[in-house]
Design a protein around this ligand. Structure first.
Ligand SMILES: Cc1cc2nc3c(=O)[nH]c(=O)nc-3n(C[C@H](O)[C@H](O)[C@H](O)COP(=O)(O)OP(=O)(O)OC[C@H]3O[C@@H](n4cnc5c(N)ncnc54)[C@H](O)[C@@H]3O)c2cc1C
Length: 414
């Protein structure tokens, strides 16, 4: 549907940030139009069907410990399939389950016996988790800031737990293995793991954005329309231009900095994910297997163990990720070792490299960056808060409030 020549609000970008802003603005009675270059909503949370398998664009998960996810999404409608909270650590050719003992008491003994440096270090991990999970957020954000690695060392988790568990586990979350990310962001991410569960929607991660988009009137959604420029109140697209009282740029950070030059973009993180099919699942318990020190894989996981709807026929769908771009042939043996199968058992389905997966969040954490640029221009996205689903949704909520302050001064907030 073409954009009208005049609108109250135009939101550029139908990722979780733009959609979160638009849904709030529409609910507050604003006439809002959302434009996206892609042919579907959801942005970086996108899903394809390949040979009947549901394939997300890179291994990604929905964490119900994120405050905005819990408050703003209809989780029941997403029909989530669940991972266990924890991971499989491989060491000396053996597998060890390391889990959150409160959530998976049947694996407590495995966790205690895992090669993480002994009981004192495991107690230190417990204390670190309790603080991140239950201290007030304000206290976490006021703590002295350092890198994630420095924070874990200060928490005395020990070398074994650092190299066998934290580094590979967090590499898969932060998309960097140096653990140079801000300790404040580490605290927030760890808090969400302690407080929430990790799941996959039955129709894939794109269903998250689709759920938000469905809350907008059909006339407000304009997919397949690229915005080529934003100048003052004018939004130029490949099919024409529109003037608006408020323009919200909710694209990826690189595009935001091209459309709005004062907005800087931090270095993006990248990830390559290889998808394989196995006749049957080698493990049955929905746990991520961590890459071993010295290997290329950060993790390998049978996603269909958590969400059986990802497979059309009961075969197992395996997603294995590396930080550096790799070819499938480079990692096939390592995937086979991680899953305890022969390399010849793995049927390669597809591979994807996502270059702009997340903005970096190194110290100082630029949490709650300004979203109101003045003159009716606004910017939102994960690069305004934290590089996550939570950050994108929170920035959208914040931006909607800022837009309403401009459009309806004196009125209540969305
Ligand atoms: C592989 C991968 C794994 C991830 N794993 C997790 C995870 O497990 N947990 C987590 O919390 N986060 C994860 N993330 C990060 C999370 O997905 C993002 O932080 C979040 O989705 C960003 O949302 P956004 O709305 O800010 O930006 P985006 O999703 O990038 O949305 C921007 C939108 O703008 C549109 N756009 C861009 N340019 C234009 C233009 N010129 N005209 C019109 N439209 C345009 C794009 O098409 C896109 O739809 C992962 C990301 C990736 C890629």
């Amino acid at each position: 549907m073409p954009l009208p020549p005049r609108a109250e609000v135009v939101v550029v970008g139908a990722g979780l940030a733009g959609l979160s802003a638009a849904v709030r603005l529409a609910a507050a009675g604003a006439e809002v139009h959302v434009v996206d270059a892609a042919d579907h909503p959801g942005g970086r949370l996108s899903t394809q069907v390949v040979d009947g398998f549901t394939v997300d664009r890179g291994f990604q998960v929905l964490n119900t410990g994120y405050p905005r996810v819990a408050a703003d999404l209809d989780l029941a409608a997403l029909d989530l399939g669940w991972f266990w909270t924890g991971a499989v650590v491989r060491h000396d050719g053996r597998e060890h389950r390391v889990v959150d003992p409160r959530k998976h008491p049947t694996a407590v003994v495995d966790t205690v016996r895992a090669p993480l440096g002994g009981l004192l270090h495991e107690a230190a991990i417990g204390l670190f988790s309790a603080r991140a999970g239950y201290a007030p957020v304000e206290r976490l954000l006021a703590a002295p800031e350092r890198t994630a690695e420095q924070a874990l060392r200060a928490a005395r988790v020990g070398d074994a737990a650092m190299e066998r568990f934290f580094r590979p586990f967090l590499s898969g979350v932060l998309l960097e293995s140096g653990l140079e990310t801000s300790s404040r962001y580490l605290d927030l991410v760890w808090r969400s793991f302690v407080r929430g569960r990790i799941g996959l929607p039955a129709r894939g991660m794109q269903a998250v954005g689709e759920q938000l988009a469905d809350r907008l009137p059909a006339a407000a959604r304009h997919w397949g329309t690229e915005v080529t420029g934003v100048a003052g109140d004018e939004v130029r697209t490949t099919t024409g231009s529109t003037r608006a009282d408020a323009v919200v740029v909710a694209t990826d950070p690189g595009t935001a900095s091209r459309l709005l030059p004062p907005v800087g973009a931090s270095a993006p993180r990248q990830v390559t994910t290889h998808l394989h099919v196995l006749d049957t699942s080698p493990r049955g318990v929905p746990l991520v297997v961590l890459g071993e020190p010295g290997g290329q894989l950060v993790n390998s996981v049978v996603v269909s163990d958590a969400q059986p709807a990802y497979s059309p026929d009961g075969r197992a769908l395996v997603a294995s990720s590396t930080l550096a771009p790799t070819r499938e042939a480079d990692v096939r043996e390592e995937v086979a070792r991680a899953q305890g199968v022969a390399a010849t058992d793995l049927e390669h389905l597809t591979s994807v490299t996502v270059t702009g997966a997340q903005p970096a969040a190194v110290p100082p954490l630029q949490h709650r960056r300004p979203v109101d640029l003045g003159g009716g221009l606004f910017v939102c996205g994960d690069h305004r808060d934290t590089p996550s689903i939570q950050g994108a949704m929170a920035s959208g909520a914040r931006t909607a409030r800022a837009v309403l302050r401009r459009l309806r001064p004196g009125a209540g907030q969305a």
